[in-house]
Design a protein around this ligand. Structure first.
Ligand SMILES: [Zn+2]
Length: 173
């Protein structure tokens, strides 16, 4: 393993730490792989692992059928899609995405369903979920949600590559 970015010493060890993010009024926590320098205490989480955490949270939002500006924007960003790219996929003017994400317009349920499908397909392809159905009948999502980065260093990492068919365990409620 490479030396510490801060102190340059060769004391960097892999660790797992709890990280949290607040999205749409829900606090999500996951054990995230990181490194810690035993000399200076510097902790580093790779951007890749943070992206994986975001994608994992997006899966929970999609499964719960959460609708609205914040959820829509979070899902789009978790997919690392620019507004222009999403607008193209949805075959709508780019402005529409902006209006939905600002709350100027209610999010189009069909657009939300497509976005949710993309999120689930990216991470959780085996979950046979009817996104339109869950939007009509949202599931209850707890205030505190703990998620697990299953195979965080292995299979799920592939989920960040577009077009991947990475498989993961279904999320447990
Ligand atoms: Zn250090």
């Amino acid at each position: 393993m490479a030396g510490c970015l801060r102190c340059q010493r060769d004391k960097v060890v892999p660790v797992t730490l709890d990280d949290s993010m607040e999205v749409c009024g829900h606090a999500f926590t996951a054990a995230v792989p990181a490194t810690r320098c035993e000399a200076c205490g510097e902790v580093v989480i790779q951007g890749h692992d943070l992206k994986l955490f975001e994608l994992r949270v997006a899966v929970e939002l999609a499964k719960a059928g959460l609708r609205g500006a914040e959820a829509f924007k979070f899902l789009r960003r978790a997919l690392q899609l620019e507004p222009r790219d999403l607008a193209e996929l949805l075959d709508v003017p780019e402005d529409f995405v902006g209006y939905w994400e600002c709350g100027d317009w209610p999010v189009d349920p069909r657009a939300q369903a497509v976005l949710s499908s993309l999120v689930l397909a990216r991470y959780d392809a085996p979950a046979a979920l009817d996104c339109l159905k869950v939007l009509r009948l949202p599931r209850k999502l707890a205030r505190q949600v703990r998620v697990h980065l299953v195979d965080a260093l292995g299979q799920a990492a592939k989920a960040l590559q577009f077009g991947s068919s990475a498989r993961t365990e279904p999320a447990t409620a």
